[in-house]
Design a protein around this ligand. Sequence first.
Ligand SMILES: Nc1ncnc2c1ncn2[C@@H]1O[C@H](COP(=O)(O)OP(=O)(O)OP(=O)(O)O)[C@@H](O)[C@H]1O
Ligand SMILES: [Mg+2]
Length: 234
Amino acid sequence: MLAIKDLSVGYGDTKVLWDINLEIAPGEIVALIGVNGAGKTTLLKTLMGLLPPWTGSIRYRGQELSRLDTHRIVKLGINLTPQGRLLFTGMSVEENLLMGAYLRRDSEVKHDLKHIYDLFPRLSERKRQRAGTLSGGEQQMCALGRSLMSRPSLLLLDEMSLGLAPIVVEMLLDLVVEIRGQGTTVLLVEQDIEEALLRADRGYVLEGGRMEMSGPSPDLLSNASLRVAYLGLA
Ligand SMILES: Nc1ncnc2c1ncn2[C@@H]1O[C@H](COP(=O)(O)OP(=O)(O)OP(=O)(O)O)[C@@H](O)[C@H]1O
Ligand SMILES: [Mg+2]
Protein backbone atom coordinates (compact mmCIF):
# COMPACT_ATOMS: atom_id res chain seq x y z
CA MET A 1 0.00 0.00 0.00
CA LEU A 2 2.81 2.37 0.99
CA ALA A 3 6.43 2.01 -0.11
CA ILE A 4 9.08 4.47 1.04
CA LYS A 5 12.38 3.96 -0.76
CA ASP A 6 15.78 5.51 0.03
CA LEU A 7 14.16 8.65 1.42
CA SER A 8 16.31 11.49 2.74
CA VAL A 9 14.84 14.69 4.21
CA GLY A 10 15.99 17.61 6.31
CA TYR A 11 15.46 21.22 7.35
CA GLY A 12 17.61 23.92 5.75
CA ASP A 13 21.06 22.39 5.35
CA THR A 14 20.56 19.84 8.10
CA LYS A 15 19.74 16.31 7.07
CA VAL A 16 17.44 14.56 9.54
CA LEU A 17 16.49 11.30 7.78
CA TRP A 18 18.98 9.11 5.88
CA ASP A 19 17.97 6.50 3.26
CA ILE A 20 14.72 5.46 4.88
CA ASN A 21 12.97 2.33 3.60
CA LEU A 22 9.57 1.31 4.93
CA GLU A 23 6.64 -0.66 3.55
CA ILE A 24 3.07 -1.08 4.73
CA ALA A 25 0.63 -3.66 3.37
CA PRO A 26 -3.15 -3.07 3.36
CA GLY A 27 -4.75 -3.88 6.71
CA GLU A 28 -1.55 -3.81 8.72
CA ILE A 29 -0.77 -1.94 11.91
CA VAL A 30 2.89 -0.97 11.64
CA ALA A 31 4.66 0.60 14.63
CA LEU A 32 7.39 3.19 14.18
CA ILE A 33 9.56 3.45 17.25
CA GLY A 34 12.32 5.83 18.22
CA VAL A 35 13.47 8.11 21.04
CA ASN A 36 12.99 11.92 21.10
CA GLY A 37 14.56 13.54 18.06
CA ALA A 38 14.95 10.29 16.07
CA GLY A 39 12.96 11.80 13.18
CA LYS A 40 9.56 10.13 13.54
CA THR A 41 7.48 13.30 13.12
CA THR A 42 9.73 14.42 10.26
CA LEU A 43 8.91 11.19 8.42
CA LEU A 44 5.17 11.65 8.93
CA LYS A 45 5.34 15.29 7.80
CA THR A 46 7.12 14.18 4.65
CA LEU A 47 4.43 11.56 3.96
CA MET A 48 1.79 14.29 4.25
CA GLY A 49 3.57 16.57 1.78
CA LEU A 50 4.52 19.11 4.45
CA LEU A 51 8.26 18.68 3.77
CA PRO A 52 9.83 18.07 0.34
CA PRO A 53 12.01 14.93 0.11
CA TRP A 54 15.66 15.49 -0.80
CA THR A 55 16.03 12.08 -2.41
CA GLY A 56 14.04 8.88 -2.72
CA SER A 57 10.42 8.05 -3.42
CA ILE A 58 7.13 7.56 -1.61
CA ARG A 59 4.63 5.42 -3.48
CA TYR A 60 1.07 4.98 -2.27
CA ARG A 61 -1.04 2.43 -4.14
CA GLY A 62 1.48 2.77 -6.96
CA GLN A 63 1.29 6.56 -7.18
CA GLU A 64 4.26 8.82 -6.42
CA LEU A 65 3.39 11.17 -3.53
CA SER A 66 6.58 13.11 -3.10
CA ARG A 67 5.60 16.03 -5.34
CA LEU A 68 1.94 16.29 -4.31
CA ASP A 69 0.32 18.97 -2.15
CA THR A 70 -1.05 17.97 1.24
CA HIS A 71 -4.70 18.37 0.23
CA ARG A 72 -4.16 15.96 -2.70
CA ILE A 73 -2.58 13.46 -0.33
CA VAL A 74 -5.55 13.74 2.06
CA LYS A 75 -7.90 13.21 -0.89
CA LEU A 76 -6.00 10.05 -1.80
CA GLY A 77 -6.91 8.69 1.64
CA ILE A 78 -3.99 9.43 3.96
CA ASN A 79 -4.54 11.36 7.18
CA LEU A 80 -2.33 12.41 10.08
CA THR A 81 -3.35 12.77 13.71
CA PRO A 82 -0.54 15.12 14.69
CA GLN A 83 1.67 15.06 17.75
CA GLY A 84 0.27 17.52 20.29
CA ARG A 85 -3.24 17.08 18.79
CA LEU A 86 -3.35 20.60 17.22
CA LEU A 87 -7.09 21.07 17.68
CA PHE A 88 -8.84 24.31 16.79
CA THR A 89 -9.08 25.26 20.45
CA GLY A 90 -11.66 28.04 20.06
CA MET A 91 -14.03 25.82 18.10
CA SER A 92 -16.43 23.26 19.51
CA VAL A 93 -15.79 19.52 19.52
CA GLU A 94 -18.30 19.03 16.72
CA GLU A 95 -16.79 21.84 14.62
CA ASN A 96 -13.38 20.20 15.00
CA LEU A 97 -14.77 16.84 13.91
CA LEU A 98 -16.45 18.43 10.88
CA MET A 99 -13.15 20.07 9.89
CA GLY A 100 -11.88 16.55 9.30
CA ALA A 101 -14.50 16.13 6.58
CA TYR A 102 -13.95 19.44 4.81
CA LEU A 103 -12.61 17.86 1.61
CA ARG A 104 -15.50 15.41 1.39
CA ARG A 105 -18.38 15.98 -0.99
CA ASP A 106 -20.42 12.88 -0.19
CA SER A 107 -23.68 12.75 1.71
CA GLU A 108 -22.54 10.51 4.54
CA VAL A 109 -20.78 13.04 6.74
CA LYS A 110 -23.68 13.08 9.24
CA HIS A 111 -23.68 9.29 9.38
CA ASP A 112 -19.93 9.25 10.07
CA LEU A 113 -20.28 11.91 12.78
CA LYS A 114 -22.72 9.60 14.53
CA HIS A 115 -20.22 6.77 14.17
CA ILE A 116 -17.54 8.90 15.87
CA TYR A 117 -19.93 9.67 18.72
CA ASP A 118 -20.61 5.92 19.06
CA LEU A 119 -16.86 5.27 19.27
CA PHE A 120 -16.37 8.14 21.74
CA PRO A 121 -19.49 8.73 23.88
CA ARG A 122 -17.42 11.31 25.81
CA LEU A 123 -17.24 13.46 22.69
CA SER A 124 -20.96 13.12 22.16
CA GLU A 125 -21.63 14.47 25.67
CA ARG A 126 -19.28 17.37 24.97
CA LYS A 127 -20.03 18.18 21.34
CA ARG A 128 -20.75 21.86 22.06
CA GLN A 129 -17.79 22.33 24.43
CA ARG A 130 -14.79 24.33 23.20
CA ALA A 131 -12.01 21.90 22.27
CA GLY A 132 -9.44 23.92 24.23
CA THR A 133 -11.24 23.13 27.48
CA LEU A 134 -11.22 19.34 27.01
CA SER A 135 -8.98 17.12 29.16
CA GLY A 136 -5.85 15.70 27.52
CA GLY A 137 -7.48 12.34 26.85
CA GLU A 138 -10.61 13.94 25.43
CA GLN A 139 -8.49 16.16 23.18
CA GLN A 140 -6.73 13.09 21.81
CA MET A 141 -10.11 11.43 21.15
CA CYS A 142 -11.21 14.59 19.33
CA ALA A 143 -8.03 14.68 17.23
CA LEU A 144 -8.41 11.01 16.33
CA GLY A 145 -12.11 11.52 15.56
CA ARG A 146 -11.25 14.47 13.31
CA SER A 147 -8.84 12.28 11.34
CA LEU A 148 -11.41 9.49 11.03
CA MET A 149 -13.93 11.99 9.61
CA SER A 150 -11.76 12.14 6.48
CA ARG A 151 -12.40 8.39 6.02
CA PRO A 152 -8.71 7.56 5.71
CA SER A 153 -7.44 4.36 4.12
CA LEU A 154 -4.08 4.96 5.78
CA LEU A 155 -4.02 6.62 9.19
CA LEU A 156 -0.78 8.08 10.59
CA LEU A 157 -0.85 8.43 14.39
CA ASP A 158 1.90 10.55 15.95
CA GLU A 159 2.40 9.83 19.66
CA MET A 160 -1.20 9.55 20.72
CA SER A 161 -0.18 8.44 24.18
CA LEU A 162 1.92 11.46 25.07
CA GLY A 163 1.02 12.77 28.53
CA LEU A 164 -1.96 10.45 29.00
CA ALA A 165 -2.69 8.05 31.84
CA PRO A 166 -1.91 4.38 31.09
CA ILE A 167 -5.60 3.41 31.18
CA VAL A 168 -6.46 6.07 28.56
CA VAL A 169 -3.51 4.99 26.41
CA GLU A 170 -4.75 1.39 26.48
CA MET A 171 -8.26 2.48 25.57
CA LEU A 172 -7.01 4.54 22.61
CA LEU A 173 -4.66 1.82 21.35
CA ASP A 174 -7.41 -0.80 21.63
CA LEU A 175 -9.54 1.52 19.54
CA VAL A 176 -6.78 1.63 16.93
CA VAL A 177 -7.06 -2.16 16.66
CA GLU A 178 -10.82 -1.79 16.24
CA ILE A 179 -10.36 0.89 13.57
CA ARG A 180 -8.01 -1.42 11.68
CA GLY A 181 -10.71 -4.10 11.94
CA GLN A 182 -13.01 -1.69 10.11
CA GLY A 183 -10.59 -1.53 7.18
CA THR A 184 -8.12 1.26 7.95
CA THR A 185 -4.38 0.64 7.69
CA VAL A 186 -2.33 2.26 10.47
CA LEU A 187 1.19 3.61 10.96
CA LEU A 188 1.52 3.98 14.72
CA VAL A 189 4.29 6.22 16.05
CA GLU A 190 4.86 5.59 19.74
CA GLN A 191 7.54 5.85 22.37
CA ASP A 192 5.75 3.31 24.54
CA ILE A 193 7.17 0.44 22.53
CA GLU A 194 5.60 -2.34 24.55
CA GLU A 195 2.04 -1.04 24.22
CA ALA A 196 2.60 -0.31 20.52
CA LEU A 197 4.22 -3.63 19.59
CA LEU A 198 1.58 -5.60 21.49
CA ARG A 199 -0.95 -4.28 18.95
CA ALA A 200 1.14 -3.88 15.80
CA ASP A 201 1.89 -6.61 13.24
CA ARG A 202 5.38 -5.30 12.53
CA GLY A 203 7.64 -2.54 13.67
CA TYR A 204 10.49 -0.31 12.53
CA VAL A 205 13.08 1.26 14.81
CA LEU A 206 14.42 4.70 13.90
CA GLU A 207 17.66 5.82 15.54
CA GLY A 208 19.33 9.14 14.82
CA GLY A 209 17.54 9.45 11.48
CA ARG A 210 18.37 5.96 10.25
CA MET A 211 16.20 2.85 10.17
CA GLU A 212 18.23 0.51 12.33
CA MET A 213 15.89 -2.42 12.74
CA SER A 214 12.60 -3.85 11.55
CA GLY A 215 10.64 -7.04 11.93
CA PRO A 216 7.53 -8.78 13.26
CA SER A 217 6.37 -7.36 16.59
CA PRO A 218 7.13 -10.49 18.67
CA ASP A 219 10.74 -10.48 17.41
CA LEU A 220 11.22 -6.82 18.31
CA LEU A 221 9.56 -7.29 21.70
CA SER A 222 12.00 -10.05 22.58
CA ASN A 223 15.03 -8.30 21.09
CA ALA A 224 17.59 -7.91 23.86
CA SER A 225 19.11 -4.60 22.77
CA LEU A 226 15.68 -2.98 22.37
CA ARG A 227 14.62 -4.19 25.78
CA VAL A 228 17.67 -2.57 27.32
CA ALA A 229 17.39 0.68 25.35
CA TYR A 230 13.64 1.25 25.72
CA LEU A 231 12.43 -0.69 28.68
CA GLY A 232 15.49 -0.59 30.92
CA LEU A 233 15.34 -4.38 31.15
CA ALA A 234 18.49 -6.45 31.02
N1 LIG B 1 11.14 22.75 11.74
C1 LIG B 1 12.36 22.28 12.06
N2 LIG B 1 13.48 22.98 11.76
C2 LIG B 1 14.71 22.49 12.04
N3 LIG B 1 14.93 21.30 12.65
C3 LIG B 1 13.85 20.57 12.98
C4 LIG B 1 12.52 21.02 12.71
N4 LIG B 1 11.65 20.07 13.16
C5 LIG B 1 12.42 19.08 13.68
N5 LIG B 1 13.73 19.37 13.58
C6 LIG B 1 14.86 18.52 14.03
O1 LIG B 1 14.77 17.26 13.39
C7 LIG B 1 15.14 16.21 14.28
C8 LIG B 1 14.01 15.17 14.32
O2 LIG B 1 12.85 15.77 14.90
P1 LIG B 1 11.44 15.05 14.93
O3 LIG B 1 10.45 16.01 15.46
O4 LIG B 1 11.18 14.43 13.62
O5 LIG B 1 11.74 13.88 15.99
P2 LIG B 1 10.75 12.88 16.70
O6 LIG B 1 11.32 11.51 16.53
O7 LIG B 1 9.37 13.09 16.24
O8 LIG B 1 10.91 13.30 18.24
P3 LIG B 1 9.80 13.37 19.44
O9 LIG B 1 9.64 11.97 19.93
O10 LIG B 1 10.43 14.24 20.46
O11 LIG B 1 8.54 13.92 18.86
C9 LIG B 1 15.42 16.86 15.62
O12 LIG B 1 16.81 16.98 15.74
C10 LIG B 1 14.76 18.22 15.52
O13 LIG B 1 15.45 19.20 16.26
MG1 LIG C 1 7.65 13.64 17.14
